[in-house]
Design a protein around this ligand. Structure first.
Ligand SMILES: CC(C)(COP(=O)(O)OP(=O)(O)OC[C@H]1O[C@@H](n2cnc3c(N)ncnc32)[C@H](O)[C@@H]1OP(=O)(O)O)[C@@H](O)C(=O)NCCC(=O)NCCS
Length: 193
């Protein structure tokens, strides 16, 4: 699995196409109910200090299958808001996004020096199970603040501290931009004593 920066026109084009799909953007919020993303807008976002974006691939090859992002990256308070999507429905439920998200969060804590990352999901979104598996802790419910097809939904809020991420995701190795599980012998070597 690889985490790819959005630094090529074809990647920006693909990511903008995925974000434009209702099946994806209905679960997210980029302000002003913005459903449409142009590659140019995404390029600006990718270059801003307040955002951190990566596309992820499967283990099989280098073809991107989804996007992971941080919005509202705050270098003073060392916080950010996590979101993600898999590009196409056919890419889902294959175990692609969970390890990619774990690696992405490790990268964000390490390279951006963040202390706490928060996220939210619309109540009932199956992604809540992934959020919890990544070590996020439920911190509250924001009521009737999200609209899908004219109906209101609650958002469930979660957060994750850098120290908790290290506990829950020790075992993911990030080497040369690739991510894989540590082998047992690597884990033994990494343990003190
Ligand atoms: C949320 C989202 C990114 C998840 O992506 P995904 O690639 O399907 O996630 P995973 O495959 O890692 O995990 C999904 C399920 O597949 C299961 N799974 C893992 N490996 C698997 C495998 N090899 N074969 C089949 N299923 C597998 C996981 O255990 C998980 O099950 P559960 O959560 O029902 O218990 C995707 O559904 C999506 O884009 N949704 C729309 C946007 C959205 O809701 N984003 C979240 C808001 S931030």
């Amino acid at each position: 699995m690889k985490l790819l920066p959005l630094d090529k026109p074809e990647l920006l084009e693909q990511a903008a196409g995925w974000l434009a799909r209702k099946e994806n953007h209905q679960w997210l919020d980029f302000g002003n109910g913005r459903p449409s993303f142009t590659p140019a807008l995404l390029k600006i976002m990718a270059q801003r200090e307040t955002h951190f974006l990566r596309m992820y691939t499967s283990d099989a090859n280098d073809v991107p299958v989804g996007i992971l992002g941080l919005n509202a990256v705050d270098r003073i308070f060392r916080t950010a808001t996590f979101w993600g999507l898999s590009g196409d429905k056919s890419f889902r439920n294959r175990g692609y996004s969970t390890p990619a998200s774990a690696a992405f969060l490790a990268l964000a804590f390490r390279d951006l020096g963040l202390h706490a990352i928060n996220t939210w999901a619309v109540d009932g979104n199956p992604s809540i199970r992934i959020i919890e598996r990544l070590g996020f802790r439920y911190v509250g419910r924001q009521r009737q603040c999200h609209y899908i097809d004219g109906r209101t939904h609650d958002r469930l809020m979660f957060d994750l501290l850098a120290s908790e991420q290290r506990e829950s995701d020790a075992g993911w190795l990030l080497r040369d931009g690739r991510v894989r599980r540590e082998t047992d012998s690597e884990q033994r070597l990494a343990q003190p004593g």
